[in-house]
Design a protein around this ligand. Sequence first.
Ligand code: G6P
Length: 608
Amino acid sequence: MCGIVGYIGYEQAAPFLLKGLEKLQYRGYDSAGVCTNDDGKLVVQKEKGKLDELKNVTDDGKNIKGTVGIGHTRWATHGKPSEINAHPHLSESGSFAVVHNGIIENYMPLKQFLTEKGMSFRSMTDTEVVVQLLEYYYEGDLLGTVLKVAAMLEGSYALAIMYKGNADEIIAVRKGSPLVIGIGKEENYLASDIPAILEKTRNIYRLENGEVAVIRRDSVQIMDYDRNPVQKSIERINWDIHAAQKDGYEHFMLKEIFEQPKAVRDTVETRIKNGRVVLEEVTLTPEQIRQFQKINIVACGSAYHVGVVAKYIFERILRKPVEVDVASEFKYRDPIIDSKTLTVVISQSGETADTKEAMLEAKRHGSHTIAIVNVVGSAIACEADDVIYTLAGPEIAVATTKAYSAQLAVIYMMAVCFGDILGTISETDYQTYVTELLALPDKIQSILAQSESLKNIASKMFACKDAFFIGRNIDYALSLEGSLKLKEISYIHSEAYAAGELKHGTISLIEEGTLVIALVTYGNLFDKIASNIKEVQTRGAYVLGIGSEEHPELRNITQSSFLIPKTCNMMLPSLAVIPMQLLAYYMAKFKGCDIDTPRNLAKSVTVE
Ligand code: G6P
């Protein structure tokens, strides 16, 4: 997500800040800015778009004076990408500057409080309340004011703060989002991630949650929110820059697989209030929701696979017919839709041309469109009637993982929220769904903790030429994604098949040693798929079963197996997809493939 840098020393700050921001570009961003203290005045320069814009207007930072400063790359969450929404943010009178990484969840009541006190806001961001609170409460004690304001904030944040009357300190606070402090000689640094400061120093302190740092030219003081000093030993960094950008993971894909608990947690937690799912982004009234006769879903690639899962979920829970289309097919098949059809559009990038065209076609027919999008301010997000953002953070690997998981989480929330409005779910089920939604991140984490066992399974299978993913019901929907993941990064030919349909043709391809991955998480159909497993084994297949710990007998009917924790039927895909992602990743790794940028593929396909 966003990136923070800071510098305090005797050199000009801005050129270093811009170089540091360059190293944080991998986090994804849509605008950037810097602020320095020039002789008691806070000077801010921000630009929308690429860092080059900011470098050009500032001559690589050379025309911004000052030896203390903070910088930021912003990946929009609250408010579209724009110069006004870019950080650093200044308080109303220009006395404080703040950069922020994270989300201030209670920014709305805080903003209301400050507005009632007469303060006015320039941006749409959650961050601006922080800088305004600092100005509102400041009475001469800088650190005390920061601590007072930090205690008022809910959510996650890494903050770097400057006050115009004090050019000798930057104050940094951390709760949730990462921050490291670099130790130099007569100068010190601050960053969201080590690459930003690695050219200057290899000696760092990691700020932990609930800690605050007062960073001066010749000292760094770290304490907790009660001002108790925290003793830390200096950590010496030995890795190269490239590895550090991936947080030590070998590939972005693996890093993103491991970021899934956070992606799901961020997407879900901000939308559950007092035990209820609240989708504030949906502008439809309950009456309008009740009037829809049909739901139409359009998307491409993995997002389409989320749509197929959604069909099973929406039909079961909302009792409305659902049609799912590959977006590139939708427009040209003369679809039957009108204002009684709700259209759900799913896209990580929000830029996929086929998906955008399909959405516009739906709008032309008078259908209300809800887009589930990851990239704020993207084309689909701008054109849709309503946007529900997944808070997965920037996804860099071409093969999607965490965005898929975050999209599923939104589908569950829509099912629960709309089911409540339509009266198609009981209050007991509602409570169960909310409990399970909140438990998902930890359950995903528990599967990730077993990645070594999937690596071991992959080591035995990576040489296979063909693979078949089979499943029934929601497991079939999920098998589509498992198969795509494997083929796109490992180049192993792979097909997904409805387990019951296999015998009507494709079973002719099963021979001695063919790899079959059987998804058996949907317990209601355990016996049926057990028969399909027998059918392929009889013809020589090697079967890896992925099932639920509620059915440990899967171990007895497959050559290899992996069991996921128990959850409600609707949310099984969120858990079962994790072993399939890890399997695909490790098979591709054993084959020596270019995992993050597979041949012929693009992250965002902006042509039809
Ligand atoms: C490309 C990517 C896929 C992705 C699809 C849809 O083909 O390689 O991983 O699922 O586009 O992308 P979107 O950004 O619309 O989700």
